[in-house]
Design a binder for this molecule. Structure first.
Ligand SMILES: *[C@@H]1O[C@H](CO)[C@@H](O)[C@H](O)[C@H]1NC(C)=O
Ligand SMILES: *[C@@H]1O[C@H](CO)[C@@H](O)[C@H](O)[C@H]1NC(C)=O
Ligand SMILES: *[C@@H]1O[C@H](CO)[C@@H](O)[C@H](O)[C@H]1NC(C)=O
Ligand SMILES: *[C@@H]1O[C@H](CO)[C@@H](O)[C@H](O)[C@H]1NC(C)=O
Ligand SMILES: *[C@@H]1O[C@H](CO)[C@@H](O)[C@H](O)[C@H]1NC(C)=O
Ligand SMILES: *[C@@H]1O[C@H](CO)[C@@H](O)[C@H](O)[C@H]1NC(C)=O
Length: 919
């Protein structure tokens, strides 16, 4: 939404004093570029600000400077400011407005330059929201400040770099205060944890190199960072998005950040926060809210490359059942395909009648089935998908012919999802396939796009490329590197694949052409994103259900369509640790449905590691075990010890499904990540700013897993307040200022704690989400330990989860606020049902309420529900117990009271109020 009336303030201050003092702080001219000066500025018809910039002195490095630039700024909402800089005379590549819908800046043809600037030494301001833009004229620099506290968030008045704008090289820098903590800029495996680490390289360009490559440009591109600053008693966060799809290197040096981009425009969006949750809310309201997920997607998923035939798959499902480990979704990598061709079935190993029979059986019990689809379409004249693709002219072109590459099926062409005809053709292929096999979701892999060859290739005469496994990934086409155009060999080399390989290496040649003449050079990093959109459209139109799509490659806005897994990781302890940072980053990127391959993709994990991995993975929003063709089998039942840990950890997950699902609703309406860094709940507590070994689900549930070999204890950070262990509710840790506590963590135990002031809805769990979700609820109410005054809140969202929309007001959803207070021994727990029909129709009930943290002698009286004595209306049992309360500061122990009410039978969909007095 756009703010009602962003008023335009325009102050041109003559700052003669600033001249002398600022000369030393002005950007030093470099041999790459000498900056621009503002030659005119005026108010745009849309309320924005438009100016013209002229290059100061031309330089030749990385190509000629673009002489005239247009500078455009607009307060688009109360908390979002856009600053765009582009060529003033002709349009340049921008992320297509149909892929990422947003306001169009005024057309370039609009006349500008009437109010020319006479005195070049000016500092001017443009305000109209919480963010304030100021700029200097010569050299042109701009800064963004937070109005409420005057903090400078972004300032291009940098000491060492000027604004550079060439056709294939754009550079700009911002100063940063030393104590700013930055997060984001991915996809990147970050060995130093979630907080950006000064001098680590951040290159953004979608690439299929495995996630084990540290600090390299992985599968997705998200040129956005969140900046969190502590100001003593308060903290404020904001985010900066550079909406640009070209390859870029971002250099973070601790006190500065420099973007070096090889095309497109500078299109900055500033989101003012000030809380981390505000930031993701503002960010996802701009890029698109995370997709609604079906309930079953929060169940456990099993996948593997190398399920040779259907019997193996059936056997896996059977073994999960035998081992009493929950399982919702079974997956196929490309083993079900005929010759690794998309949308086909192998007639020998996956005969259709048998597969349909199998799907019928698993669908009846609520299980789901998902298969992989790669974008590369096999070049094979007897293959219908390819024939129809050719007939519809859907492929990316090189020199007028479909660009030839090689992936699993051998030689392939790549569909061009920027072409509307391709989107319809793809929709039709998905529809045909769904008639063949009623899959419940699609997994789109290899969409960076990955290519086993590079350059211009031919199918070698008389040679058939091996398809699939084995050495199938070694290029067997006849290829020549392409270096002849500036798109293949741009003047500035981003650090592609972490080794500065040419940007067309093992992907589509960057001089290849999409629909409407768009160059792969510009659109490269949008490939997976555009495929997600097309696939989402196909599934939604087809099933009339909420689609489930898992995509490896992502871009800004992908979360609106797809979930993500972190790609090909390794079965090592380091990779287990890295998975947490990458997952938390994707929450910030607006892709909250994320997880890593549990136990690692390759090579085989040790038994101990797999135990510890399921104890983390059970709390990934997207929880899937997946392994490589060449790895030994690693389903959770393969080791008895892992099965035991899985039953424990997934047992907790399946009891928490209503909480996870409610979080996914919050993600969908407000962008709040499901899995979050601790600073989301404790933004002023600097001790947790870099913490990457623990995380939160929602605002109140903290996971503190073991991430090191041989350890049966874990040292965990507990931010200020009271924390209750989910293992037994009886041990409490609390502190005034935060404390590290060493927790016992035997092999089968993962520590999970609930924070004070929360009400957690849980259910009994089960072997499959469809059953688990019908079991009665228990509310866990957590007050601050021993408090005589306190309150707690929680909520619950439920719905008919296969409906396309996830929203209230449709008659198939339920939303309840739970609240509780304690005041001088009087306890009240109640609900406010905003919408109850769905829960009432389904007969969902609350069977128990446990209240933690109370003070008193342990005797309670006057228990009433809705004003009547409890015992007169239910067969409830009331119990109290004392438990140990460890004060983190002085290691003092005290007793606090837990009150348990069981045998209740309260409809979830109707308001209730329960009260009693503590003795
Ligand atoms: C900029 O140039 C001035 C004058 O040559 C020099 O003193 C200063 O150190 C330079 N600053 C940086 C950051 O290079
Ligand atoms: C399925 O594959 C497994 C493992 O390769 C093999 O042992 C089994 O005989 C196959 N079953 C069928 C029905 O083909
Ligand atoms: C084309 O597909 C058919 C059917 O799957 C297969 O038998 C044939 O080997 C494929 N041809 C090539 C050149 O891969
Ligand atoms: C093509 O380029 C790649 C990447 O730079 C390089 O490794 C390879 O040797 C080149 N091949 C030829 C034939 O020049
Ligand atoms: C490119 O990335 C790799 C991997 O992080 C790093 O080691 C290397 O220093 C980077 N090179 C440049 C030129 O930035
Ligand atoms: C109490 O228990 C009895 C016997 O099990 C049962 O018939 C009755 O419905 C219960 N009452 C309530 C209010 O749940």
């Amino acid at each position: 939404m756009v703010s009602p009336n962003p008023s335009l303030f325009f102050t041109l201050l003559l700052l003669s004093v600033a001249v002398a003092s600022s000369s030393s702080s002005q950007p030093n001219a470099t041999n790459i570029g000498q900056g621009y000066r503002l030659i005119s500025v005026e108010e745009a018809p849309d309320g924005g600000l438009i100016g013209l910039l002229q290059v100061n002195k031309k330089t030749k490095i990385y190509g000629p400077d673009i002489p005239l630039l247009r500078f455009y700024a607009k307060h688009e909402t109360d908390n979002r400011l856009r600053v765009q800089i582009t060529d003033a005379t002709k349009p340049r590549w921008e992320v297509p407005y149909n892929l990422l819908p947003r306001e169009q800046p005024p057309p370039l043809t609009q006349s500008i330059g009437r109010k020319s600037i006479k005195n070049p030494i000016t500092v001017s301001e443009y305000s109209g929201s919480e963010l304030l833009l100021s700029y200097t004229s010569n050299p042109f620099t701009f800064a963004v400040k937070r109005k409420s506290n005057g903090e400078t968030l972004f300032d291009t008045n940098s000491l060492f770099s000027s604004l550079v704008f060439k056709d294939q090289y754009l550079e700009i820098s911002t100063k940063l205060p030393k104590d700013a903590s930055l997060y984001g800029l991915g996809e990147n495996t970050q060995p130093h944890g979630i907080k950006l680490y000064p001098s680590d390289p951040y290159t953004l360009y979608t690439t299929d190199i495995s996630a084990i490559n540290l600090n390299a440009d992985l599968y997705g591109s998200h040129p956005v960072y969140m900046d969190l600053r502590n100001n003593g008693d308060s903290a404020s966060a904001h985010a900066v998005l550079l909406l640009n799809s070209n390859g870029m290197d971002v250099f973070y040096k601790g006190t500065s950040l420099t973007y070096k981009v090889i095309g497109g425009v500078f299109d900055f969006y500033f989101f003012s926060g000030p809380s981390p949750l505000n930031v993701v809310d503002q960010y996802t309201s701009f890029i698109g809210r995370p997709a609604p997920m079906p309930y079953w997607a929060f169940g456990f998923h099993q996948c593997r490359w190398g399920y040779h035939n259907l019997s193996v798959v059936e056997d896996v499902v059977e073994n999960y059942k035998k081992a009493q480990i929950p399982l919702d979704v079974i997956w196929n990598d490309d083993d079900h395909m005929d010759g690794h061709k998309d949308f086909t079935l192998n007639p020998v190993n996956y005969p259709r009648p048998k597969l349909l029979n199998f799907l019928d059986r698993i669908h009846k019990i609520g299980m789901k089935y998902i298969v992989i689809i790669d974008p590369g379409i096999a070049v094979n004249s007897s293959y219908g998908v390819y024939q129809r693709g050719l007939a519809n002219d859907v492929f990316i072109k090189y020199e007028g012919e479909p660009f030839l590459a090689q992936v699993w099926p051998g030689a392939v062409n790549f569909p061009d999802f920027l072409n509307p005809k391709t989107v319809s053709w793809w929709g039709d292929e998905v529809r045909r396939f769904h008639e063949l096999v009623p899959v419940d979701g699609l997994w789109i892999d290899m969409n960076e796009a990955s290519n086993f060859c590079s350059g211009k290739c031919k199918i070698p005469k008389g040679k058939i490329c091996p398809s699939g496994t084995g050495p199938g990934w070694i290029c067997c086409l006849d290829c020549k590197n392409i270096t002849k155009t500036r798109w293949d060999d741009p003047p500035y080399k981003i650090n592609a694949s972490g080794t500065q390989v040419p940007i067309g290496y093992k992907t589509i040649a960057t001089s290849a052409v999409h629909y409407n003449g768009v160059l792969e050079y510009d659109a490269h990093s949008l490939y997976g994103f555009s495929q997600s959109i097309a696939t989402h459209k196909a599934l939604q139109g087809l099933q009339g259900k909420r689609p489930f799509i898992l995509s490896r490659s992502t871009y800004v806005g992908s979360g609106k369509y797809a979930a993500h897994w972190t790609g090909d990781n390794q079965g090592t302890w380091e990779n287990l640790r890295y998975s947490i940072s990458t997952m938390l980053n994707f929450g910030i990127f607006g892709v909250p449905m994320v997880g890593s391959d549990i136990c690692g993709f390759y090579p085989q994990p040790t038994e101990e590691l797999c135990n510890r991995w399921i104890e983390v993975g059970a709390f990934y929003p997207f929880s899937r075990d997946h392994a490589n063709y060449y790895s030994p089998r690693q389903e959770l039942y393969q080791w008895e010890s892992v099965a035991q840990s899985a039953r424990n950890a997934l047992g907790i997950r399946y009891k928490l499904l209503p909480y996870l699902y409610t979080l996914s609703y919050e993600a969908h309406v407000s962008g709040a990540p499901i899995a979050r860094p601790l600073f989301f709940s404790f933004p002023t507590y600097t001790e947790c700013y870099g913490l990457s070994t623990q995380f939160l689900l929602g605002s109140s549930l903290m996971i503190s897993p073991v991430l090191e070999q041989g350890k049966i204890q874990v040292k965990a950070l507990f931010p200020p307040g009271s924390w209750y262990s989910l293992l037994d509710w009886t041990s409490t840790i609390s502190s005034k200022n935060g404390v590290y506590v060493t927790l016992d963590a035997p092999l089968h135990v993962v520590n999970v704690h609930l924070y004070q002031n929360a009400i957690l809805p849980m259910q009994r769990g089960g072997m499959i989400s469809k059953e688990a979700r019908t079991t009665p609820f228990t509310l866990i109410v957590a007050f601050p330990a021993g408090a005589t005054q306190g309150e707690a809140k929680g909520n619950l969202y439920l719905d008919e989860d296969e409906q396309p929309e996830m929203q209230l007001g449709n008659g198939y959803s339920t939303y309840v606020d739970f609240q509780a207070t304690v005041k001088q021994g009087a306890v009240k727990v109640w609900s406010e049902v905003q919408e109850g029909k769905f829960a009432l129709d389904k007969g969902f009930t609350i069977e128990a309420i446990s209240v933690l943290g109370l003070d008193g002698s342990g005797v309670i009286s006057e228990v009433e529900i809705d004003g009547k004595p409890l015992m007169s209306v239910t067969n409830a049992t009331v119990s109290t117990s004392q438990h140990v309360h460890l004060d983190g500061e002085n290691n003092g122990e005290s007793k606090i009271i837990m009150v348990g009410l069981t045998g209740l039978n309260i409809p979830v969909g109707r308001n209730f109020a329960m009260t009693w007095k503590m003795g």
